[in-house]
Design a protein around this ligand. Structure first.
Ligand code: COA
Length: 149
């Protein structure tokens, strides 16, 4: 699937795709503000019509890069799109950064498996980082991938 660069004008579509993938959706206004900020870029996978198949949002700044969020629409999962978005984002980030970081919820084994497959290793843990509906929390696992190898 072809990937396109997205800008602040695409915030509504990204918010729609984010809401389809996460329990706690990010408002379009927050996504627009991120897309207007320094070093932030997004890649989208579009379908012929209708909602996005998926997107990745990253920040590459001061020699380090970070995946801010990654979402693949339920009907497009397990077809390699998630890894494809991560690999393309890693290639773009490598132009200015030496390492790519992310935080992933410890109770999201599918995403952890994807990031391991994409070459990330755990480097830290933030206890109780994510609030869960009903009052619980989940730890964040901090993962890192070297971009110079
Ligand atoms: C996690 C997510 C991005 C994966 O997207 P995807 O396009 O289905 O991922 P891929 O097809 O590229 O999967 C690559 C590999 O990751 C692993 N993987 C992906 N989803 C998995 C799942 N649900 N369970 C177990 N392993 C999984 C597998 O090893 C898979 O390879 P395989 O299909 O050959 O077994 C998608 O399920 C999603 O958007 N989830 C909701 C939002 C989210 O959790 N985002 C990531 C946290 S920031």
């Amino acid at each position: 699937m072809n990937l396109d660069r997205a800008g602040p004008e695409d915030a509504e579509r990204l918010a729609e795709a984010h809401a389809a993938a996460f329990e706690a959706p990010w408002p379009a206004g927050d996504l627009r503000a991120l897309l207007e900020s320094e070093g932030v870029f997004a890649l989208t996978a579009a379908t012929a019509e209708g909602p996005l198949a998926g997107f990745i949002l990253c920040r590459a700044l001061a020699g380090e890069a970070e995946i801010l969020t990654l979402a693949v629409a339920p009907g497009h999962r397990r077809q390699g799109l998630g890894v494809g978005l991560v690999e393309t984002a890693a290639r773009l980030s490598a132009q200015t950064a030496n390492a790519l970081f992310l935080e992933v919820a410890a109770d999201n084994p599918g995403a952890v498996a994807l990031y391991r497959k994409a070459g990330f290793s755990p480097v830290g843990r933030r206890p109780g980082y994510y609030a869960r509906p009903g009052g619980g929390t989940a730890d964040a696992i901090v993962m890192r991938r070297d971009l110079n190898t």
